[in-house]
Write a protein that binds this ligand. Structure first.
Ligand SMILES: Cc1cc2nc3c(=O)[nH]c(=O)nc-3n(C[C@H](O)[C@H](O)[C@H](O)COP(=O)(O)OP(=O)(O)OC[C@H]3O[C@@H](n4cnc5c(N)ncnc54)[C@H](O)[C@@H]3O)c2cc1C
Length: 447
């Protein structure tokens, strides 16, 4: 059995790993168009500073990525975040520590007394009966009020999706939160019930010694898949029960094809095979996002914490600053510090597309405005993604149901990437495992 996986990000590699685990005798080939694997998971070492271009880790509260790390023999690379990474900040009118306890919540100046009371009323707010797809803003206003939504949820969704509460579907982006209302009648009720059932520590942020690229390389090796870098996949077409792939000047035949490319690339391949599926893929939009990594010889800030996120109301150019060298010890040479500044997303898309010099200036202005620091960095690294993070608007999940129903009509053709049902690494890994499982299951049915 020959399987082609197009793309070389975590979705492709995790799918390859789980396929080979289930069926070691299958020949699996990963075709990545760049010279390096990883997609949005790449680490750059610049004079001893490790700058992550995209993802810097995953939460250990969901089992999927942790399981993949251990199954692929990468446990020795695992690096938990430092304890002080649990201290987080929100910049609204000024920098405030994110409250971590009910007492701290009562004391926080981030919300007025009225707004705090409204949050407490969530306990008594009846659950919505009918199942709707609504924005995070509509859900938040309904359950915890405007103050909490415009401050906490706004900052959180900027941090996770580079989005804003009015542009994102709560059901697509935070299905677990929606389930709390549906199954337990409310968020507090649900969290209390779950706490009783699942006594144990919450998740902590995990990464890899040397950066995420180390994990990507090891995972690719452990998968046992053949890896083709700088691949030029020009066309995919069905040929009887097989798939014909034009790779450069070669024509190759495969039994199964997985498109683990971004939605707009998968659309390109499907345009003639299935115009309706291609149209659904074309509708998935991506927001631009830029990352400015700054390394400092001397920085007059203790960076005690994970970093900060800004609220929309703060009217800052930056989405937030990750205090990288405080989160993971090996991100800067001993005695030096580093941060990464996030710019753009759905909140300020046009800002992310500016020239490097403008992005660097924005990052420095943002650091000055939020942290009060004007020190000059000695290292600078800029990564600009024109199509960085897929948007999950209201209606996304229904469109995905339609898309996957169409894809299911094609023999041995599969779609898997962060564009469909989850952006975080944990989601990508869980979906990849699921994708590998359904490929194996369908091949069993066929025989
Ligand atoms: C700035 C940023 C920060 C993030 N931070 C976090 C975080 O801290 N935690 C977290 O959980 N998630 C984070 N994410 C999200 C997470 O990194 C991504 O969702 C995930 O890595 C996507 O993996 P993927 O394989 O689905 O897609 P991608 O990583 O986009 O991989 C797609 C691959 O396909 C290749 N490709 C494209 N076209 C072709 C073609 N025609 N032929 C062959 N190959 C092709 C690309 O080169 C790429 O390697 C972040 C994302 C960004 C952008």
């Amino acid at each position: 059995m020959k399987v082609a996986i197009i793309g070389g990000g975590i979705s492709a590699l995790a799918t390859a790993f789980y396929l080979k685990k289930e069926r070691p005798q299958w020949e699996v080939t990963v075709f990545e168009k760049e010279a390096q694997l990883g997609g949005k998971m790449k680490t750059v070492n610049q004079n001893g500073f490790l700058f992550e271009e995209g993802s810097n880790g995953f939460l250990s509260s969901k089992p999927d990525t942790l399981a993949l790390v251990s199954e692929s023999g990468c446990e020795a690379l695992l690096m938990p975040s430092n304890d002080n990474a649990r201290i987080r900040f929100i910049f609204k009118d000024a920098l405030h520590r994110l409250p971590e306890s009910p007492m701290a919540f009562l004391a926080t100046p981030l919300l007025s007394w009225r707004e705090k009371l409204r949050v407490a009323m969530e306990f008594f707010t009846p659950a919505q009966k009918e199942e709707t797809d609504e924005t995070l803003q509509s859900f938040g206003y309904r359950r915890v009020g405007k103050g909490m939504t415009d401050t906490f949820l706004d900052a959180m969704v900027a941090g996770i999706f580079a989005s804003t509460p009015e542009k994102i579907s709560v059901k697509a982006a935070f299905p677990a939160v929606v389930r709390l209302e549906k199954e337990y009648g409310g968020l507090f009720r649900g969290m209390l019930a779950k706490k009783k059932k699942e006594a144990g520590p919450g998740g902590i942020l995990m990464s890899f010694a040397g950066g995420v690229s180390r994990f990507i390389e090891k995972l690719a090796e452990a998968s046992g898949a053949r890896i083709e870098l700088e691949a030029d996949i020009r066309e995919i077409a069905s040929e009887g029960s097989l798939w014909r792939i034009k790779s450069g000047d070669e024509t190759l035949l495969f039994d199964k094809v997985v498109l683990a490319t971004p939605a707009y690339e998968s659309a390109r391949y499907l345009r003639t095979i299935d115009p309706e599926a291609a149209a659904l893929l074309d509708q998935i939009e991506y927001s631009p996002v830029s990352v400015v990594g700054l390394g400092y010889e001397h920085l007059s800030h203790d960076l005690l914490g994970f970093g900060l996120l800004t609220t929309t109301s703060a009217q800052q150019e930056i989405l937030g600053v990750l205090w990288d060298s405080s989160i993971f010890t090996d991100r800067a040479p001993k005695g030096k510090k580093s941060v990464r500044v996030m710019i753009g997303g759905q909140r300020n898309a046009e800002l992310a597309l500016q020239e490097d010099a403008a992005l660097i200036a924005m990052a420095k202005r943002g650091i000055m405005a939020t942290m009060g620091v004007a020190d000059e960095p000695t290292e600078i690294y800029v990564k600009r993604y024109e199509q960085g993070i897929p948007n999950y608007p209201v209606g996304h999940l229904a469109a995905m149901d339609k898309l996957f129903a169409r894809i299911g009509t094609h023999h041995a053709l599969y779609l898997n990437s962060n564009a469909y049902r989850g952006v975080g690494l944990n989601d990508c890994v869980a979906n990849s495992k699921q994708c590998a499982r359904s490929i194996v299951k369908q091949s069993e049915k066929a025989h």
